[in-house]
Design a protein around this ligand. Structure first.
Ligand code: PBG
Length: 329
């Protein structure tokens, strides 16, 4: 019936009348166990260090990280993704601290596993940018270009160091060609068959990573445009997805989140493994900053953004609000 007022009238508003009705007919909802908390741990600090561009987020000490992990368990959060921040004087061209058994990330993985056991899925970022003095995600050749295949060998060492330290899941985020296959092979050959790989499959060269650079004390000059994707491209993400699946990815991710919901939708339709979205540092900072000015309803905006990821096809969401949101859900 198309004529308004004829019988029966189409009145979608009937299903919006009460909170209970809206809750009952909701097509998507965010569950605490969908959420993954990205967390930073910094070497050589006695107190957590506030990250000014991400109000409420800290570079943890080893102790405060353990507490944060315990809180995540209590809130019912699904997982935690760890990022290591070495001392500046420990950075070098090869990112040695990223693979050293006593590097900050490996120590933090052991700490967190001893704190939470298997109650939280413990993940680690597998990338060299936090550990290199030039700030790139890989090692450089003589012309200053990131050398793909030499970087893969460093990633293989890093995978082993992180798996040995107790990571349940590794998150290769450097966008090197062949990284999933190389990491998978290293794990298989060294008795880590059960360590899963969460591939940063579609990762764009994004201005929304801005605050993250402060969070990890990045030394990067320049950009990552020769390895991260061009924001103009969608088809390319499906190619990255096909390769990552072929190479053995157990889960795949789209990153950033909000400006790339179309990519998330496309990847979620094409993927036969679980799909995650990463709501990145700049997305966090935008909502926090607008809220601080009184320009936006912070809590409503956070929940709306998280729900948007679910609607666009995400199973899991990496978000700096994971613990807070989980408590409110
Ligand atoms: C690379 C990595 C980055 C982020 C997660 N992993 C930075 C980059 O690629 O430049 C960004 C996360 C965020 O902005 O919240 N190790």
């Amino acid at each position: 019936m198309s004529t308004y007022g004829s019988y029966p009238a189409a009145r979608p508003r009937r299903l919006r009348t009460t909170p209970a009705m809206r809750r009952m007919v909701a097509e998507h909802r965010v569950h605490p166990s969908d959420l993954i908390l990205p967390a930073f741990v910094r070497d050589g600090v006695d107190e957590p260090v506030a990250i000014s561009s991400m109000p409420g987020v800290y570079q943890h000490t080893r102790d405060s990280l353990k507490k944060a992990a315990a809180e995540a368990v209590e809130a019912g959060v699904g997982g935690i993704m760890l990022f290591g921040v070495p001392r500046d004087e420990d950075k070098d061209a090869e990112g040695t601290q990223g693979t050293a058994p006593d590097g900050i990330l490996q120590r933090a993985l052991r700490d967190v596993r001893s704190e939470v056991g298997d109650d939280l899925v413990v993940m680690s970022d597998l990338c060299l940018d936090e550990f290199t003095d030039h700030g790139h995600c890989g090692v450089l050749d003589s012309t200053g270009r990131v050398d793909n295949d030499r970087t893969l060998e460093r990633y293989a060492e890093m995978a082993l160091a992180q798996a040995d330290a107790g990571a349940h899941v590794l998150g290769p985020s450097g966008m090197m060609d062949g990284q999933i296959a190389r990491v998978r092979r290293e794990l298989e050959e060294n008795g880590h068959e059960d360590t899963a790989v969460f591939a940063y499959t579609a990762k764009y060269s994004s201005a929304f990573f801005g605050p993250f650079r402060e969070a990890v004390g990045s030394s990067l000059q320049g950009d990552r445009k020769t390895y991260q994707q061009d924001p103009a491209n969608l088809r390319e993400s499906l190619r990255e997805l096909a390769l990552d699946l072929e190479e053995g990815a157990d889960m795949v991710m789209v990153k950033p989140g909000m400006p790339y919901l179309d990519v998330l939708r496309a990847v979620s339709e094409a993927s036969d493994v679980p799909v995650g979205a990463y709501q990145v540092s700049g997305e966090y900072a935008m909502i926090e900053a607008a809220a601080e000015k009184g320009w936006i309803d912070r809590d409503a905006a956070v929940l709306e953004a998280l729900t948007g990821f679910k609607r666009a096809g995400a199973g899991m969401i990496l978000t700096y609000w994971a613990v807070e949101a989980a408590r409110k859900l």
